[in-house]
Design a protein around this ligand. Structure first.
Ligand code: PMP
Length: 279
C-alpha cells in the first residue's frame, strides 16, 4: 500500500506525520476527493481548480504545479493498482510549533491515499434515506477544508437514525448534504442552492448543472425552503462518490417521501454517458 507525501509516492509504513503539522493541531488544511474510473482520475482539472480556490481563500500557496500534482495522482493510482476507486489528497499549511497565528514562511504539506470504491448500485436504483438537521457549520462552506466537524456530527446523527446522508437547513432554507449537494424538481424545474459561501460548490454539482442544460432541462440555482423540499416531485443528491443518487425519504426536521422521477433518471444516465466519454 503506497501513499503520497509531498512530491513522492512512498510505502505507507514509511510515512511520518509531524506532531506539529497544523493540519493535525488546527485542522488547518484543505483537501480533494477525486474519483477513479478504469484507472483514470475523473474531472481532475476541476478538482485542481477548486484546490487552488480553497488555497487562495485561506492565504495558502500550493507548493507544486498542477501538472506535478496530477502526475503524482496518476503514479499513486498505478502503484496501488486502482481500477475503480478514489484518491484523497490534502494540503495542510505546514509544520510549525503550535500557535494560532500561522507563519507565512512554512512549507505546505501535501499527502494522500487511494482506496478502491464502487458506486452503490442499490442506492442508485432505489434511492437513499436521508436525515434533515440544522446546518451548524461555519460561514465559509465554499472552502473545502479538512475541518469537517459540522459535517461529521450531522452524518453520525443521520446514521443513528438509520439514514445514509444528512441534509441541512439554515434559516428556513435548505443548503446541502453533509457530503453532497442537493437538488429538487418541481413542475419540471430543477432547483439547487446557488454557489455561495453557504455550500461547497461540488464538482458533481457543476457537471450536473451543465448536463441539465445539455438535455434542455430548466434549472435554477435558487435556494428553496423546507416546505418547498417537502412538496418536491423529485429529490436527488450529487457527489464524487455517490454521483447522482435519488433521495427516497427524509426524516428528522422534515418528513417526506418521494418516488424516483424522470429528471433524476435522465441526469443519472447523462452523468454516466459523460464520464464514460472522458475515459
Ligand atoms: N458538499 C459537501 C459539504 C461535501 O463534503 C461534498 C463532497 N466532499 C460535496 C458537497 C460534493 O462535492 P463533489 O461533487 O465535489 O464531491
Amino acid at each position: 500500500d503506497y501513499v503520497l507525501y509531498q512530491n513522492r509516492i512512498i510505502p505507507k509504513n514509511e510515512l511520518h506525520i509531524d506532531m506539529d503539522d497544523r493540519g493535525y493541531n488546527f485542522g488547518d488544511g484543505i483537501y480533494e476527493v477525486v474519483r477513479v474510473y478504469n484507472g483514470i482520475p475523473f474531472a481532475m482539472d476541476e478538482h485542481l481548480d477548486r484546490l487552488q480556490h480553497s488555497a487562495s481563500e485561506l492565504d495558502m500557496t500550493v507548493p507544486y504545479s498542477m501538472e506535478t500534482i496530477e502526475k503524482l495522482v496518476y503514479d499513486l493510482i498505478q502503484k496501488n493498482e486502482i481500477n475503480s476507486g478514489m484518491i484523497y489528497f490534502q494540503l495542510t499549511r505546514g509544520i510549525q510549533p503550535r500557535n494560532h497565528l500561522y507563519s507565512r514562511d512554512i512549507e505546505p504539506v501535501l499527502s494522500g491515499f487511494s482506496k478502491p470504491l464502487e458506486t452503490n448500485v442499490e442506492w442508485q436504483q432505489n434511492g437513499l434515506d436521508t436525515w434533515m438537521t440544522k446546518d451548524i457549520r461555519w460561514l465559509r462552506c465554499d472552502i473545502k477544508t479538512i475541518n469537517l466537524l459540522g459535517n461529521i456530527m450531522a452524518k453520525r446523527e443521520a446514521s443513528d437514525n438509520n439514514c445514509h446522508e444528512a441534509l441541512q437547513h439554515r434559516e428556513g432554507l435548505v443548503t446541502e448534504g453533509s457530503s453532497s449537494n442537493l437538488f429538487i424538481v418541481k413542475d419540471d424545474v430543477i432547483y439547487t442552492h446557488p454557489s455561495t459561501n453557504l455550500i461547497l460548490n461540488g464538482i458533481t454539482r457543476r457537471i450536473t448543472i451543465r448536463l441539465a442544460y445539455q438535455i434542455e432541462a430548466t434549472i435554477k440555482e435558487k435556494p428553496f425552503t423546507l416546505e418547498e423540499l417537502k412538496q418536491a416531485d423529485e429529490v436527488f443528491i450529487t457527489s464524487t462518490t455517490m454521483e447522482v443518487t435519488p433521495v427516497r425519504s427524509i426524516k428528522g426536521d422534515l418528513t417526506a417521501s418521494y418516488s424516483i422521477g424522470p429528471w433524476t433518471r435522465k441526469l443519472q444516465h447523462a452523468f454516466t454517458d459523460y464520464r464514460k466519454k472522458q475515459q
